[in-house]
Ligand binder design. Structure first.
Ligand code: CO
Length: 186
């Protein structure tokens, strides 16, 4: 499958370089519950390659299952500014609060599909950074929205599960095309 293909190129003196391609619905890896990872050079290389994949794909967030890995790693950027890159290793949502808001969401695993999703405005999360330090932080608004969408991926929950019947109907041909594409590739 081209969607889940991972290419690794290495030269004798250079570290391993990863290049990811986004895994599309309905690839089964997207339904797996992702597992905790250690913070080491391999994980840091994965994070780097995930940021590159996210930026190349014009996304504002990406979860490791979307590059074929059953690992609890999220990368996101709510502004598009490089200094706002945020990598969350082994994140947990401790609390969701602040009232529900409705926002249109897309997902790199569902190209050109959108759904109005209701989620709480704010979250308190715990995560490990790239140096292995554990943090507890609160986020509100768009960044909290991205975190909740990406966190769903770690639990095997997808945009299609969050669609209202109306959104599902509107995206029906797109969803069917993805399923057909998957079947043909088997
Ligand atoms: Co997504």
């Amino acid at each position: 499958m081209t969607e889940s293909q991972t290419t690794t190129t290495t030269t004798p003196s250079a570290p391993v370089r990863l290049e990811f391609v986004v895994t599309l619905y309905p690839h089964p890896v997207l339904r797996k519950r992702a597992q905790d990872v250690p913070v080491n050079d391999q994980t840091r290389a994965t994070v780097q390659a995930m940021f590159e994949c996210m930026i190349r794909s014009d996304g504002c967030g990406l979860a490791a299952p979307q590059v074929g890995l059953e690992q609890r790693i999220l990368v996101l950027n709510a502004t598009g500014e490089p200094q706002d890159n945020l990598a969350l290793i082994n994140p947990t949502i401790l609390k969701r609060y602040g009232g529900d808001t409705l926002m249109e969401e897309g997902c790199l695993s569902f190209p050109r599909m959108y759904a109005e999703v209701k989620r709480p405005d704010s979250v308190t999360i715990e995560y490990t950074d790239l140096e292995g330090v554990r943090h507890t932080k609160e986020y509100s608004g768009f960044i909290a929205r991205i975190i909740q969408h990406e966190y769903d991926h770690l639990e095997g929950v997808l945009l299609v599960d969050r669609m209202t019947p109306a959104d599902k109907a509107r995206n029906r041909s797109g969803l069917e095309a993805l399923i057909e594409r998957w079947k043909r590739a088997q």
